[in-house]
Design a protein around this ligand. Structure first.
Ligand SMILES: [Zn+2]
Length: 40
């Protein structure tokens, strides 16, 4: 049974980057581009 502590980042939904309102994309500030939320 596999279990991961990683959670899909809510900011980028696991993409690792976020779409900017002005256009383009930027590395997600919530997960640093990993796509997963880091546990503290
Ligand atoms: Zn993210």
């Amino acid at each position: 049974m596999k279990h991961t502590e990683q959670t899909i980042c809510p900011y980028c939904e696991g993409n690792g980057y976020v779409q900017l309102l002005l256009g383009g994309s930027e590395t997600c500030y919530g997960c640093s581009g990993k796509g997963t939320e880091q546990k503290k």
